[in-house]
Design a protein around this ligand. Structure first.
Ligand SMILES: [Cu+2]
Length: 476
């Protein structure tokens, strides 16, 4: 209602302005055609309005910079971050100076040289020295700024020393999985061919064999005809889901209810694949539950191109079998590459610890779409791209307590939000001095729950980190 009234008021105001202008037009038409269309008083008023507008604009810009400064990030909490902050500061000082100088002159000239009857503008068509000056000065400043930026970038992206710690972050819709290199300080081989219960696809020999067995057999659902119950329109079987068997360690019966048509479709397809369809129906290509199976058969099978979904699933498993077999051959040649993964530590939690003062090489991968690993407090960001590995090395140099103390000292604030436990409604939102702590976010709008991709980072002293990491489970 309130919004409607505001909109109505805006519409009425616009109509009023149009009407006033129209009335002015009529009055002008009645005036002596020889007289000036706009009076000198009007021109002077407009010029003054222009100057006032400029001043208000600048004052508001300054006020906002001062008032909202407390919401900005505290200064960097990493070694290279200090360089980025410095680069940012210099760039902003330059940009701001040029902006206020040129825009200030624009407003001032607009005001000073407004139209006065009889006053002629100074004719100044060209000056070589002036042209040279306003080409060379900005070009030199920009070259210096870009060179400075590139050299800072180069120092950050190509660290000379070997890192103290290697950590991998694997992104997917919508979360992160972290892997720490174990005692050997090396991340073992990993591949998407091993995804499944192996969250980041670590490829040790056992993991490859395990996944190979899974791909060869466990995507098969065997439905026994002995347990068939028919009604007028449906057929219900009791099947055994071998995928569940692998994970749960026991036969998992699943009831599959198919429409008569879907059953006929399944028979045709199974025959086509050469499966035995006299006593049982074998549905290959699924890692799924009975629900999906039913839906696939009912809607997917035998319906033109939709058959592809089932076929693609089988093809993917077959391709995976080839990939895994190739990896086993490679294992025979370079076993260390794969064995390195045995002591890796996978953290499936959105709370991790990192040691203070140690250079950490992060390796990023993505399981699905492009994500971006963004550590605002450490001034680090790197895209996570499916099919490739990206890296970023940085050294956190303040523990969470130290960072919070610094944020308080710098007058930074955060919002402490209290919500109703049942409804989730915001009850209060209070500004508090300090910082909520380090966080890793996804900085690509990667889907509907993109905002949920967070990892809370606790930077601690080395002893505390050692104790924490020692308490975690290694992969094998
Ligand atoms: Cu994302």
């Amino acid at each position: 209602m309130e919004l409607l009234l505001i909109l109505l008021a805006i519409v009425v105001a616009c109509v009023a302005v149009v009407k006033v202008l129209k009335a002015k037009e009529l009055v002008d038409a009645l005036k002596d055609p020889e007289s000036e269309p706009i009076s000198s008083t009007e021109i002077r008023t407009n010029a003054l309005g222009w100057l006032v507008f400029g001043i208000v604009l600048f004052v508001m810009a300054f006020v906002q910079m001062i008032v909202f400064d407390k919401y900005m990030l505290p200064s960097a909490a990493s070694v290279h971050g200090e360089d980025i902050d410095q680069l940012m500061k210099i760039t902003m000082i330059l940009i701001m100076s040029v902006f206020f100088l040129t825009q200030g002159l624009l407003f001032w000239f607009g005001f000073k040289y407004y139209f006065k009857p009889g006053k002629k503008a100074f004719w100044f068509p060209h000056d070589n020295r002036l042209e040279m000056a306003w080409t060379i000065v900005p070009a030199t400043v920009l070259i210096l700024l870009i060179t400075y930026g590139m050299s800072t970038w180069d120092d950050i992206m190509n660290p000379k020393a070997t890192p103290d710690l290697k950590v991998e972050l694997v992104s997917e819709q919508f979360g992160w999985t972290t892997r720490f290199a174990g005692a050997d300080s090396t991340l073992g081989e990993a591949s998407f061919a091993l995804y499944g219960k192996n969250a980041v696809g670590i490829a040790t020999k056992n993991a490859i064999l395990d996944r190979l067995a899974e791909c060869k057999n466990n995507n098969t659902v065997v439905i026994s005809f002995a347990s068939k119950i028919e009604t007028d329109s449906t057929v219900t079987f009791t099947g055994i889901n071998h995928y569940d068997k692998k994970i749960l360690g026991k036969d998992v019966p699943m009831n599959v209810t198919l429409s008569k048509i879907a059953f006929e479709n399944a028979l045709v397809l199974s025959k086509k694949r050469g499966f035995d369809v006299t006593s049982k129906l074998i549905v290959k290509g699924f890692v799924t539950d009975s629900f999906n199976l039913e839906a696939e058969i009912a809607y997917g099978w035998n319906k033109g191109n939709k058959l592809d979904k089932v076929e693609t699933s089988i093809k993917n498993f077959n391709a995976n079998v080839l990939r895994l077999e190739r990896m086993l051959k490679d294992y025979a040649q370079h076993p260390e590459k794969y064995d390195n993964g045995k002591d890796d530590i996978v953290i499936n939690d959105n709370n991790i610890k990192l040691p203070k003062g140690k250079s950490i090489e992060f390796q990023f991968r993505s399981k699905d779409v492009i994500h971006s690993a963004y550590f605002p407090h450490f001034r680090a960001q790197m895209n996570c791209v499916p099919g490739m590995k990206t890296n970023f090395t940085f050294t956190p140099n303040e523990t969470n307590e130290e960072f919070n103390a610094k944020a308080i000292e710098e007058g930074r604030v955060y919002l402490e939000i209290t919500r109703d436990e049942n409804t989730g409604e915001i009850l209060s939102s209070v500004e508090k001095l300090g910082s909520t702590g380090y966080i890793l976010l996804c900085n690509k709008v990667c889907g509907s729950s993109h905002f949920n991709m967070k990892v809370f980072i606790d930077v601690v002293e080395q002893d505390e980190f050692d104790a924490w990491i020692a308490a975690q489970k290694t992969f094998e």
